[in-house]
Design a protein around this ligand. Sequence first.
Ligand SMILES: CSC[C@H]1O[C@H](OP(=O)(O)O)[C@H](O)[C@@H]1O
Length: 356
Amino acid sequence: MNRPAPAPNLAYDRVRAVEWVEGRIRLIDQRVLPLHEAYVHLDTVEQTAEAIRDMVVRGAPAIGVTAAYGVVLAARDRYARSAGAWTEAIGADLARIAAARPTAVNLAWAIARMRGVIEAGIAGDPVPRLLVEAQRIHAEDIAANRAMGDHGADLIAPGSGVLTHCNTGALATGGYGTALGVIRSGYATGKIARVYADETRPWLQGARLTAWELSQEGIPVTMIADGAAAWLMRQGKVQWVIVGADRIAANGDVANKIGTYMTALAARHHGLRFMVVVPISTIDLATPNGEAIPIEQRPESEVLAFGGTRVAAEGASAWNPAFDITPAGLVDALVTERGVVLAPDRAKIAALMARG
Ligand SMILES: CSC[C@H]1O[C@H](OP(=O)(O)O)[C@H](O)[C@@H]1O
């Protein structure tokens, strides 16, 4: 049964994690959503790196788009200081942005793409040419998300229930979303009848960001504690687990938000199918397997406190890896803008990337 597409609330079209506005980067401040809709404006490389590190903006593709605009800021500053030596001086700026967070490969990918434009040579003021490239990266990501939404929704039987983890929507990308893009497309076409979302401790991307995006669009979502995922699967109400990723290694191993690995294990145990939705910019052939992916360790305070109030007993410490690794063998479908890879492995991913 094809449900008529919901009246587009345009939340995902209205909501942009990152925008270039009047010569500045404008970020919606994801640290304070959903209680406050506030914006942060960036004018410098230092501000860009800090905003990525502090998760004002987060989500692998959104980080990459922000980094690309950050290179425009860097070039404007370096060219103003020395029109003849800006290409040498900007190297330190690119490195500073790239170092902001280690796991999402989109950050390094975007910096490398912008560096390629610089190294190809730009006559005169570099800002116009670099801004065009950054805007292309942004537009390509949105287009990729729309295509992935359709590819992923095609895999889902009508009336299905799905579980998602973290936030992979317009707030994590250039717009529309990866896994949440599949959920948007799947809901609009009647493939998805019920959406469950993990709250995603400790940063609560699910409870704060995914719930906000879906509620803005009238897509019903039921929040669950991360620890309830396996028991929800046991109830038989979910047929797919759909997640994004921060890096896919050459063998198909998946780096994604902490909690993804245990969800994949539970899905396989219960006979559910596990879908990973990523743009090609998230696949890193230079990283051979999951063990080679750097896992960001974040502050203990994110686990020990809640809303700025300590909840863990004094004396307790915390271990707070921001990501984990799901082996490729637990992935049933890898969805990209180029199409779907079932049971991904090294050979299939190499073939996908070679297709161009
Ligand atoms: C569309 S990829 C989003 C990806 O990024 C999130 O991590 P973080 O919120 O720490 O940037 C999470 O791993 C999501 O799957």
